[in-house]
Design a protein around this ligand. Structure first.
Ligand SMILES: O=P(O)(O)OC[C@@H](O)[C@@H](O)c1c[nH]c2ccccc12
Length: 274
């Protein structure tokens, strides 16, 4: 039998974790959270702001591919610094086992910032959507590689019914074709990292851009570190750029974010209109 891929390992662990958590924190309790009643902010709108950076700045302590990236940066200072630097929104990893995050990280970021926050986790169950809402998220990630089109429809529709936006992550044309469900998805993120073997290539985003239907806002994810790369991605239609490691490997991630925002501001305006 072949070895499970890292993605399969993470998802198997996540299913157990969610089952256990559901016992501990019943849906009724999630629904009684103060955030459950609040109106989410639109990641789409913030990414589309005129003269904005289009950056979604991620808080990620570690990853299966890189190990520890930053064990010490505090979530308050970092996220507040990201937003003051000019990021359009935040992405907070809440997976503990593989990424060193927790739900409280997102809630802390929520308390310190007025901006859209993406809950970055491996969603396999409707419970996690309710949980995302209860901890103060504005948007959730769904990963096409681990979900059927039916699951994407159900999970995405539930998220939307709660006012959350849905970022669907794809890695190739086949995933895109089967999962781009306009009734359940708002933004499409092309992950430049292959979650099966961790290889990285911006060509993934460059090649898939034209195949993404225009009703979805296009986001390029992973392996981005320079304004030049963002310039190229903008030219083929991307309006959102999700960066984690390029910021987090700095002792002060917010400083790295501020430097990149300055460079983005100096880019020539995208030559094409889309
Ligand atoms: O650190 P990077 O290479 O800038 O990548 C950020 C983000 O795209 C990456 O963390 C990510 C993309 N999709 C995910 C799914 C789960 C966990 C993490 C991710």
């Amino acid at each position: 039998m072949s070895q499970p891929t890292i993605l399969q390992t993470i998802v198997a662990h996540k299913r157990k974790e969610v089952a256990a958590r559901q016992e501990l924190v019943p849906v009724k309790l999630l629904e009684s959270s103060l955030y459950f009643q609040s109106k989410p902010l639109s990641l789409r709108q913030y990414l589309l702001r005129e003269n904005g950076s289009g950056l979604i700045a991620e808080f990620k302590r570690k990853s299966p591919s890189k190990g520890w990236i930053n064990q010490y940066a505090p979530v308050e200072r970092t996220t507040l610094g990201y937003m003051q630097a000019g990021a359009a929104g935040l992405s907070i990893l809440t997976d503990g086992e593989f990424f060193g995050g927790k739900n409280e990280d997102l809630t802390t970021a929520r308390r310190f910032n007025f901006c859209p926050i993406l809950r970055k986790d491996f969603v396999v169950d409707e419970y996690q959507i309710l949980e995302a809402k209860s901890i103060g998220a504005d948007a959730v990630l769904l990963i096409a590689a681990v979900l059927t089109p039916e699951e994407i429809h159900t999970l995405g529709s539930l998220a939307r019914s709660l006012g959350l936006e849905v970022l669907l992550e794809v890695h190739d044309g086949e995933e895109l074709a089967r999962s781009a469900d306009a009734d359940a998805v708002d933004l499409i993120g092309v992950n430049n990292r292959n979650l099966h073997d961790f290889s990285l290539s911006l060509d993934t985003s460059m090649e898939l851009a034209a195949a993404i239907p225009s009703e979805f806002l296009k986001v390029s994810e992973s392996g981005i570190s320079t304004a030049a790369a963002i310039g190229q991605l903008r030219e083929v239609g991307y309006q959102g750029f999700l960066l984690g490691e390029a910021f987090m490997r700095d002792a002060r991630p917010e400083r790295a974010c501020a430097a990149l925002v300055q460079e983005i501001a100096a880019l020539p305006k995208a030559a094409v209109t889309f």
